[in-house]
Design a protein around this ligand. Structure first.
Ligand code: HEM
Length: 471
C-alpha cells in the first residue's frame, strides 16, 4: 500500500509502505508524546565522523512513531507506562558540519530563523548566548517523559553517548516542565489551558474526537499527512522514509505584566472582572471555554474544540485580535481564502512550559507573579516552514490587518499574546465588545503591552530513523 499523503492515516491498519514509514518516523510528530519532564540539548559537532557515529548510537536508543502509538494503546489497556521519548533534529549548519551531501531544501530551513526580518524578532544579539551563532547549533535532542526519574535515566544515557562521542559537545541545556490547573489540565504560564486545538493526523484520533469529545461538526481537526511530514531526502528510501521540520523558539512570559494588563484592559473597556478581558485577548477563558461560544467560563469538561466563528462575523463575541482567532481563524480569515487553503497554514504544536514557579499559578494574585525566567518552549512540526510557522507569525499574528473585518470596522491589530512589531510603542489599538454579542458595543482601546519576549531559536529537520541509523 503506497503512502496516502492526502489524508490522515489509520495506524492500526498500516501495512506495506505506510508501516515502513511509521516504523522509521520519529515520535511526537504525528501525535504528541508525553513530555511533562523535558530536557532539550543543543549540540555542536567538531568532527564529522564522530558526529555521525554519535547519531547512529542515539538512533539505536530511539523508538519509532509506530512503537509510540502501540505503547499508548498498551497503557490504556494495562496502565503499563511507555518508554521515554528521544527526538533528534539537525539544523542546516548541522548537515554541513557532518559533511552530509544532501540537505533538506525548505527555504526557511536553509536560511535559518535569524534570517527572516518579518518575524520582527528581537535583535539576535539580545537572544540567549547559545542562540546567537547559528553556525554552531548543529543538533537538538529532546528527552521527555511523564516522570522525572525516567526522563533523568534517559537523559543520563544520552549524555553518556555525548561524552563517549568524538567531537560532540553540549552547547546548552534547556529544561521544560508541565504546569497544570485544578482540573489537572495542561496550562501555560498566563494560566490558560493550552494544547487543546491540534491538527489530527491519525484516523483513530479523529474518531476519538468525534465520539468522546464535543464532536467535529463545526471544526474538523483531521489533517493530511502532507501537512506535517515530507520525504527525508538523505534517507535510503525517501519514498517511505519521512521526516518533519521542527521549529524551536524560547518565549519568555512576563506573567505579572500580563495579569496587570488583563486588569487594565478590563478597566479601559469598562467591563467587570478580569476574566472576560483575558479571554478576549486569548480567545478562550482560562479553563479553555472559547469566548466565541459564551460570555463566561465553565465549559471545561471536555474543553471544547468543535467551534468556528460563523456566528461571530463582527467580532462581537471573540475579538478579531484574539490569539486563537488570529492563529486559526477556522475558515473566517477572509481575503478570498477558502477554508481549505486557510487550513494549510495549521501546524502541529508540541510546546512545553519552562521555569519553576514558586507561587501558586491559580491563586488569583498578581503581586507574586514572575516577571521573567518562565515561559513557553514553542515547538512545532511543519512540512513547509514558510507556509506554516512563518506564515502564522508574520501574516496572521504580526499582521495588523488580519483577519478581514467588515467594511468600516477598525483593523484587528497584532495578536496581543505573540504579535511582534518593529517598535513596541507602536502596537496598534484593538477592538473588543463591551457587551458580549453586541456589535454596537465594540470599543477600540489601546493594546496591552507586549508580555512575551523571544529569547532565541532555530529551525531543525527531524529525519527518519533509517537516515540516522545509516548516517
Ligand atoms: C508564550 C507564547 C504563547 C502562549 C502563552 C500561547 C497560548 C495559547 C493558548 C492558551 C491557546 C489555546 C489552547 C488551544 O487551543 O490549544 C493557544 C492556541 C494556539 N496557539 Fe498559542 N500561545 C503562544 C505562542 C504561540 C505561537 C508562537 C504560535 C504560532 C506562531 C501559536 C499558535 C497557536 C495556535 C495555532 C493555536 C490553536 C488555535 C486554534 O486552533 O484554535 N501560539 N495558544
Amino acid at each position: 500500500m503506497a503512502i496516502d499523503f492526502e489524508n490522515a492515516i489509520a495506524w492500526k491498519k498500516a501495512a506495506g509502505a505506510e508501516r515502513v514509514m511509521l516504523d522509521n518516523l520519529q515520535p511526537n510528530i504525528l501525535k504528541g508524546h508525553v513530555r511533562e519532564f523535558l530536557t532539550v540539548l543543543f549540540l555542536s559537532f567538531d568532527d564529522p565522523a564522530g558526529g555521525r557515529a554519535f547519531l547512529r548510537t542515539v538512533a539505536g536508543g530511539m523508538k519509532s512513531a509506530w512503537r509510540h502509538f502501540k505503547e499508548i494503546d498498551t497503557f490504556k489497556k494495562t496502565m503499563v507506562p511507555g518508554t521515554s521519548y528521544i527526538g533528534v533534529g539537525l539544523s542546516r549548519a548541522g548537515y554541513i558540519a557532518l559533511d552530509l551531501p544532501i540537505v533538506p531544501s525548505d527555504p526557511a530551513f536553509v536560511q535559518g530563523m535569524q534570517a527572516n526580518p518579518k518575524l520582527n524578532d528581537p535583535n539576535p544579539q539580545e537572544w540567549e548566548e547559545h542562540f546567537r551563532k547559528p553556525s554552531k547549533i548543529h543538533a537538538v535532542i529532546l528527552v521527555g517523559d511523564m516522570l522525572s526519574g525516567t526522563r533523568d535515566a534517559a537523559l543520563a544515557q544520552v549524555v553518556a553517548w555525548v561524552n563517549a562521542g568524538e567531537g560532540v559537545s553540549v552547547l546548552a541545556r534547556q529544561d521544560g516542565l508541565g504546569q497544570h490547573n485544578d482540573n489537572a489540565e495542561g496550562i501555560e504560564h498566563f494560566g490558560y489551558v493550552d494544547g487543546r486545538s491540534q491538527p489530527l493526523f491519525l484516523e483513530e484520533d479523529v474518531s476519538a474526537e468525534e465520539q468522546d469529545t464535543d464532536g467535529i461538526t463545526d471544526w474538523n481537526p483531521s489533517c493530511p499527512l502532507k501537512q506535517v511530514i515530507v520525504p527525508d531526502p538523505g534517507a535510503p528510501d525517501p519514498d517511505v522514509h519521512c521526516g518533519s521540520y521542527f521549529i524551536f523558539r524560547k518565549l519568555e512570559q512576563n506573567v505579572r505584566l500580563f495579569k496587570e494588563s488583563e486588569r487594565d484592559f478590563a478597566n479601559s473597556l469598562g467591563i467587570p472582572g478580569d476574566e472576560r478581558a483575558g479571554a478576549m485577548l486569548v480567545g478562550r477563558f482560562e479553563d479553555g471555554t472559547p469566548v466565541t461560544m459564551q460570555f463566561e467560563d465553565g465549559v471545561e469538561s471536555p474543553v471544547p474544540n468543535n467551534f468556528n466563528y460563523a456566528s461571530d462575523t463582527k467580532g462581537a463575541k471573540c475579538p478579531f485580535a484574539g490569539h486563537i482567532r488570529k492563529t486559526n481563524p477556522r475558515g473566517s480569515g477572509g481575503f478570498g481564502q477558502p477554508e481549505k487553503q486557510e487550513r494549510t497554514h495549521i501546524m502541529a504544536r508540541r510546546g512545553q512550559t519552562y521555569g519553576i514557579r514558586t507561587d501558586d499559578l491559580n491563586d488569583g494574585r498578581i503581586d507574586n507573579k514572575p516577571e521573567k525566567d518562565v515561559g513557553l518552549l514553542f515547538m512545532a512540526f511543519n512540512s513547509d516552514i514558510g507556509q506554516q510557522f512563518e506564515f502564522t507569525q508574520v501574516a496572521w499574528a504580526n499582521g495588523i490587518g488580519f483577519p478581514e473585518v467588515p467594511d468600516g470596522s477598525p483593523a484587528p491589530g497584532v495578536d496581543p499574546i505573540i504579535g511582534q512589531t518593529p517598535n513596541d510603542a507602536q502596537r496598534p489599538a484593538i477592538s473588543c465588545p463591551v457587551k458580549w454579542g453586541d456589535a454596537k458595543s465594540i470599543k477600540t482601546v489601546a493594546a496591552p503591552p507586549r508580555t512575551v519576549t523571544m529569547k532565541g531559536g532555530e529551525y531543525f529537520f527531524m529525519p527518519s530513523l533509517a537516515f540516522l541509523k545509516n548516517i
